[in-house]
Design a protein around this ligand. Structure first.
Ligand code: TXA
Ligand code: MG
Length: 330
């Protein structure tokens, strides 16, 4: 299978390109598309054989449920047993946007999508291309990040093609995604609600709206059954061994002294260096937007090691720290 690539404008995507992508989805095909977080690999969420193709393309373990994307909150309501007031409050404030809500699923949602779980994860994305596609196909779209299982999420069309070019029908290339990290996954089936995966919506933002939440993100060990496999220890990982450390400059010098080829990722601009160094934004939002593209670049550079300066220990950096921890070699 060779993948068709259609470039689309972010603000006003060509309706013909969107209609073509929508037809692929309606006929059970796989379409990769930009969202405001990372690129997604989409299929009709109500079509189990189409969803099975997502698992096959990604090499995704069958125990890992997939987020279902909707065009509007009303469409989410059709996919759940009940739509609690809390979901309404959260959707009104954060949708469209990078917040995924986990709720008891309706019977129409195939078990394959939820990996056999009685719950479904739902989100309305904020990207004009994703929304246009959802409206055009008039279906909920099941879409994990468009990368092979355990690898780095894609923030550019090139990243999608590097991993999946021969496994998808069509790619809507809308350039770089702006958010750069995956959505926050919030479980509304527990009281208080629990963050299963930190993301671009922070704990502080959630608590300002709905009061205290359970911040104890499930531990990252692999486990059965997998409650939220974004929690798996090795996930979001480059192939090159990666370590996160305070005082990364000293560590880089030490490893270079051992003759290793080292790449250095930091948000602290300091002095010159001989090694391949990428300096990211010093604020959490800017850093998040650039992180995966930087890791893809470093990973493609044929290095022995990637050293990352540890980000600050504050709430706004939580999602970044979470992804870096999972990217670290065990
Ligand atoms: O930003 C995002 O969320 C991107 C874009 C494409 O929307 N999607 C994404 O999907 O990151 P994926 O499959 O890479 O991660 C989905 C996360 C996983 O941690 C998964 O375990 C969790 O959501 N999840 C999905 N359904 C769930 C459910 N029913 N219960 C608990 N966790 C669930
Ligand atoms: Mg993923």
């Amino acid at each position: 299978m060779s993948c068709e690539i259609l470039r689309v404008d972010v603000e006003s995507p060509d309706p013909r390109a969107i209609a073509r992508a929508a037809r692929f989805l309606q006929r059970g095909g796989l379409v990769a598309f930009a969202t405001e977080t990372v690129y997604g690999l989409g299929a009709n969420a109500l079509d189990a054989p189409a969803v099975a193709k997502i698992f096959a393309a990604k090499g995704r373990p069958a125990g890992n449920p997939i987020i279902v994307h909707v065009a509007q909150p009303n469409d989410a309501k059709k996919l759940v047993k009940a739509w609690p007031a809390l979901a309404q409050t959260l959707a009104e404030r954060f949708w469209p946007g990078p917040l995924t809500l986990v709720l008891p699923k309706a019977a129409c949602v195939p078990d394959l999508v939820t990996a056999g779980a009685p719950t479904v994860a739902l989100r309305m994305p904020a990207h004009p291309v994703a929304l246009a596609l959802l409206r055009a196909c008039n279906l909920p779209i099941a879409a994990p990040s468009a990368n092979r299982s355990t690898e780095l999420s894609p923030t550019l069309a090139e990243h999608v093609l590097a991993g999946l070019a021969d496994r998808i029908d069509l790619l809507l290339d809308a350039g770089p995604t702006t958010g750069g990290l995956e959505s926050t996954v919030l479980d509304l089936t527990t009281d208080p609600p629990r963050v299963l995966r930190p993301g671009l919506v922070t704990n502080a933002e959630l608590e300002a709206l709905i009061g205290p939440i359970d911040r104890s993100i499930p531990p990252p060990e692999d486990r059965q059954p997998i409650r939220s496999p974004g929690q798996m220890r090795r996930h979001y990982a480059p192939r090159t061994p990666l370590e996160v450390t305070l005082d990364s400059r000293r560590r880089v010098e030490e490893l270079c002294g051992q003759g290793l080829r080292v790449g250095w990722l930091t948000h602290l601009a300091e002095g010159n260096t001989e090694v391949l160094r990428i300096v990211l934004a010093a604020d959490a939002i800017g850093y998040s937007a650039q992180l995966y593209a930087a890791l893809h670049r470093l990973d493609d550079a044929g290095l022995d090691r990637i050293v990352v300066e540890a980000p600050p220990a504050t709430d706004e950096w939580l999602a970044v720290r979470d992804r870096l921890r999972r990217a670290e070699s065990a």
